[in-house]
Design a binder for this molecule. Sequence first.
Ligand SMILES: Cc1ncc(C[n+]2csc(CCOP(=O)(O)OP(=O)(O)O)c2C)c(N)n1
Ligand SMILES: [Mg+2]
Length: 348
Amino acid sequence: MAPRKTATVSSRKTAAKPVKKDFNGGTIVDFSKEQDLNAYREMLLIRRFEEKAGQLYGMGFIGGFCHLYIGQEAVVVGMQMALKDGDQVITGYRDHGHMLACGMSARGVMAELTGRQGGLSKGKGGSMHMFSKEKHFYGGHGIVGAQVSLGTGLAFANRYRGNDNVSLAYFGDGAANQGQVYESFNMAALWKLPVIYIIENNRYAMGTAVSRASAQTDFSQRGASFNIPGYQVDGMDVRAVKAAADEAVEHCRAGKGPIILEMLTYRYRGHSMSDPAKYRTKDEVQKMRSEHDPIEQVRARLLEKKWASEDELKQIDKDVRDVVADSADFAQSDPEPDVSELYTDILI
Ligand SMILES: Cc1ncc(C[n+]2csc(CCOP(=O)(O)OP(=O)(O)O)c2C)c(N)n1
Ligand SMILES: [Mg+2]
């Protein structure tokens, strides 16, 4: 077995020197002021959006399933910072953050949650099923693990067409135990497909802890028998994610085939909207929130380096809240799809 490569990576391209060990033993490359401010705003948008979605759900405006991404924001934001236009993203059902990070409109996502015609799937897909060809976002999938094969297919298409796009397939620690994941790994490695497999290890699959369901709990090693390299990354630190993403993207664009990034992350809220949460203690959640919160880390850095004042950070929060409030207003006032739409946009 290839030795596990540790996280995070002093990027070969940037001259910045590693400044601190992360909690997994990797090294961290500092962000510039612009990068920290950008990451702060992007992560805050996801956090505030998800808080509002939770409220609308409680008020009965959103039906069905709704899986919030609160706590995991650094993963998509850090990955996205390493991409170029044309790179593709696909994920499972915990997908609102991925869509916002891809630049899909808050209005379009929120209105899809409330089932309105201005939603990204015209109100017919809901929380788990939204797409944007324009933003190269391929869903939003409710079948656990399905997006891994589809994401591998996207990479196959890129290879076949001879372009240099990379596709990112996000999936959870639970999804990592699905059979089709390994069929995909095999083909991706065999044909050297440009795909980054991002395993968002938030420690639980619904109510099942990783240690109760997985024989190999180091998910970065899940590609070992296909010779797919894997890294474990501090998924609570956006700088660590970005550094790992840079390496992974470079690896794929250089034609070296697939790569796995295991993001060590944590979800603060329940699995979906009704979750008795008997599988973990409140202390565990509180400890992650107070010691590793991805947004608080950036906020503290911005203040400490005097890159932003409290007032400036408040203004960013206000701007973000305005975008989210606007999306919520739209999602409540926009009409539902017309009955004539019942049989459109479906494959029969
Ligand atoms: C094929 C399939 N099996 C089971 C389910 C039910 N299910 C929905 S979410 C989930 C757990 C997945 O956990 P994980 O991959 O860790 O993702 P997370 O919810 O933590 O983001 C299961 C078993 C499903 N949707 N699809
Ligand atoms: Mg999980």
